[in-house]
Design a protein around this ligand. Structure first.
Ligand SMILES: Nc1ncnc2c1ncn2[C@@H]1O[C@H](COP(=O)(O)OP(=O)(O)O)[C@@H](O)[C@H]1O
Ligand SMILES: [Mg+2]
Length: 268
């Protein structure tokens, strides 16, 4: 795709409220190695924010910092401030299980639990006490699958294993699982990279629909995908946030030479 085509695909949307996530001067280390260097960024509801940049530049590392998934990596250390609705998520009083329900995550490789389709969705709401009884739980399962665009395909086989679904269906199941606990933010780390073009198109459509309700952050190595699904794009390079702005500006009129070089395919 040409640069101009990339740009015309992207809509300009202005934030209507305070940022959902505010990150200020965030650095992430693995042992002595700095993987993210002093990154500041705001993420908004009703926006899809794309993180782009060459492999190894820190996109996944920074994404994981946004819901404290880096806590699970022994050598990882996060500096700086990350606020969710103004509250520091790294403060000692933060309930990390609760945080990860509010800031859900979808991974590169679909990872449904080896349980029924129903259980994949019901598990989270049950442990978070979101349903009073079976009827309410059923309703959450149905609503979540509907929002993830999967209900019609699975409603007659909810007791079958989630792992028996196709790759694209599994990824929508994982999105439904994230939705089921009523998140505010959904983080997606290259959610389509294991999917074929048709399944990818479905996920992209879904992301656009979900945007109205959640703040969505998607890491993608595809600039076409960033242009198709996002309103904001952040370009990372060697652990730095080089440039962040409207997706249409990043792809047509970047401020930084490094961004220009990347989007025109000079390195990557
Ligand atoms: N668990 C880890 N332990 C040590 N180093 C890591 C770990 N995960 C990532 N890194 C390093 O951090 C840097 C950024 O990686 P990553 O965030 O995965 O980049 P990207 O998602 O942009 O490809 C790379 O140099 C990578 O090797
Ligand atoms: Mg990555």
């Amino acid at each position: 795709m040409e640069q101009t085509e990339l740009a015309t695909a992207a809509q300009r949307v202005e934030p209507t409220s305070a940022p959902k996530i505010h990150a200020e001067g965030v650095s992430v280390y693995y042992g002595d190695k700095k993987a993210i260097d002093h990154v500041s960024i705001d993420v908004h509801t009703e926006h899809v924010t794309a993180f782009i940049g060459p492999s190894g530049c820190g996109k996944s590392t920074f994404l994981r910092a946004l819901n404290r998934m880096n806590d699970t990596i022994a050598s990882a250390r996060v500096e700086g401030v990350i606020e969710l609705d103004g509250e520091d998520i790294y403060n000692s009083g933060m309930d990390v299980v609760q945080l990860r329900a509010r800031v859900g995550m979808v991974f590169q490789k679909p990872n449904p639990f080896p349980k029924s389709i129903y259980e994949n969705i019901a598990y989270g709401p049950r442990i978070h006490g979101l349903a009073q009884g079976k009827g309410e739980l059923d309703a959450i399962v149905e609503k979540s699958l509907q929002r993830a665009g999967l209900w019609e395909e699975v409603k007659d086989r909810l007791e079958e294993s989630g792992t028996a679904l196709s790759g694209g269906q599994q990824q929508r199941l994982c999105i439904a699982r994230a939705i089921a606990v009523d998140p505010e933010v959904i983080l997606m780390d290259e959610p389509c990279s294991a999917l074929d073009p048709i399944a990818t198109a479905k996920i992209e459509e879904l992301i656009d629909e979900l945007r109205g309700r959640y703040a969505i952050v998607i890491v993608t190595h595809s600039m076409q995908q960033a242009a198709r699904v996002s309103q904001r794009t952040a370009f990372f390079h060697l652990g730095n946030l080089v440039e962040y702005g409207h997706t249409s500006d990043i792809f047509t009129n970047p401020r930084e030479q490094k961004t220009q070089d990347y989007i025109t395919g000079r390195y990557g």
